[in-house]
Design a protein around this ligand. Sequence first.
Ligand SMILES: [Zn+2]
Length: 338
Amino acid sequence: MDIKKYELEYINCPLCGSNQLEIYLSNVKEIYVGLDEYFDLNKCIKCGHIFTNPRPTLSTIEYFYPNEMDYYLPKDVYELSTFKQNILNNILNEVKNYSLDVTFSLPPLVSKILFYYFNYKISYDKKIPNYVNNGKLLEIGCSWGSYLLQMQKLGWDVYGVEMNTKASEYAKKILNSDNIMNNKIENIDFKSTLFDVIVLNMVLEHIYDPIKLLNIIKSILKPNGIIIINIPNIDSIEFKIFKDKSYFVQVPQHVHHFNYMTINKLLEKTGFNMISAYYNNSATDIYKSCKKNNNNFKVCKCIDNRFCSFLIKYTMKILGQIKKTSRMVIYASRNTLK
Ligand SMILES: [Zn+2]
């Protein structure tokens, strides 16, 4: 007899509670671990939210998170050259209130102009918030600590929460810090520590109750604090091309499939205001989807052609500007009225 390694549960819309649902996509194969398991995505007729339904129960989802998954594995940290780091430090000092060491100073106006050009890279790729003196930054789901390591170097007092024991131990070691908690966020008492910045980096789409999480975040965020949320965007060109074969859909690990509208609804519902949204402008998820599907799409043939891949690269830059690529970074603040 075939013994199921997990159990399923059918749910109402996790955003608005409605039971008026329609099938959005059927039989999406689990591709991240490579198991022969299939899941459906539902769309809520009332609020438009797209989510995995049925989904594995919270107590059995672990089956889809084996320890060796690369979510948790340390990767090389990309270090900037001394020259580029100096330019970045100048920009951050001038525009984002940092006081970083520089070996050469740029005129303030030059830093401001460079920021205008590199704002996207600083806000999307690096996710660098405005500096706050003695500021505390918490990353929920910090994995092995690569983002926290960058932020620590920029002067932040960093804290992390990570459920995976191996990853959290690694983070503790490289950050040389006891502020990495190997526990669920709801079980942690931060002893009235309030944070200036709280970051969710490719985490929210995995969370069973995102309303509860954002309410917890609100309770430990300073009134003028901000949150930074990096999530996949189902309303993207990658999804239009690859549909159920999209690399970034990743069921059942991703229980939510947000777009600009639904992340905005979630933020409003939990008392946050979106400040800005940045979209990736690289073809990485197209390459990954091609690889996972043995290049069985027309666009994959194009990637091998130099001219064609050049076209894709620049098309992605334009699509990123009009919110149509597969990953978004949202900055939001507390809505003081709520
Ligand atoms: Zn709904």
